[in-house]
Write a protein that binds this ligand. Structure first.
Ligand SMILES: Cc1cc2nc3c(=O)[nH]c(=O)nc-3n(C[C@H](O)[C@H](O)[C@H](O)COP(=O)(O)O)c2cc1C
Length: 199
């Protein structure tokens, strides 16, 4: 698939089929992730791939109290129909986390620059890798959602997955075959965001 078509249709897919994803495809999307740029090519990333139902259930249980609290957002005044659809999707994904075929927890270590490592460069590595991962998945016909679900239960995620204290968790990507159609994404037009020669 043409890379522009993949980016154009790489919508967050929050409804996934239960079908398992072949191991070769999981490795292929992680291969894509690890082709990303990183500061000084430091490549401080690591990926925890979770397919074990029991482990996914424990992660789902860890975020469940917060999912319940966020459900109230659906009834907030001033929420547009589009936002409501997104919140509904996000709540669906969060409350069906154990059914998501693959959860990829994208992590990174604070290793750059070697003489004085900075947290800024942790995120500079993990986000390009996560974006490459979701575009690679799209090209393979796999749906993803970029999430920060770990952030609401970080200690539980660390302990369930055995992630060391010095490792940062960047994103938790849900991956599987889509149960809803891909894209197109809705984004601000280029003419609105481009500044030529000066702001
Ligand atoms: C850093 C980051 C965190 C996100 N966290 C969540 C999340 O926790 N739950 C969720 O359902 N979507 C999450 N998203 C997905 C965005 O909500 C989604 O990409 C955005 O609304 C645009 O929709 P689209 O990708 O379908 O076009 C996240 C995206 C990014 C980049």
């Amino acid at each position: 698939m043409d890379v522009f078509e993949a980016m154009e249709t790489c919508r967050a897919i929050r409804y996934l089929k239960p079908d398992p994803v072949p191991e070769a495809l999981i490795e292929k999307v992680i291969h894509g992730a690890t082709r990303a740029s990183s500061p000084g090519n430091s490549q401080g990333w690591d990926f925890v791939v979770v397919t074990d139902r029991d482990v996914k259930q424990r992660l789902a249980d860890a975020i469940a109290p917060v999912v319940g609290m966020n459900a109230a957002a659906l009834d907030s005044p001033g929420v547009s129909e589009g936002e409501r659809r997104m919140i509904r999707g996000a709540l669906h994904l969060a409350s069906h986390l154990a059914d998501v075929p693959v959860l990829i927890v994208c992590c990174a270590r604070k290793i750059y620059p070697p003489q004085d490592p900075q947290e800024l460069f942790v995120w500079s590595a993990v986000y390009p890798a996560s974006q490459n991962l979701i575009v690679a998945a799209r090209a393979l016909g796999l749906g993803t959602t970029f999430t920060t679900f770990h952030a609401v239960a970080e200690e539980a995620f660390r302990s369930i997955l055995g992630i060391p204290d010095e490792v940062f968790i960047g994103t938790t990507v849900a991956l599987g075959y889509p149960d809803r159609p891909f894209g197109p994404v809705r984004r601000r037009p280029v003419a609105e965001v481009i500044h030529r020669d000066r702001w």
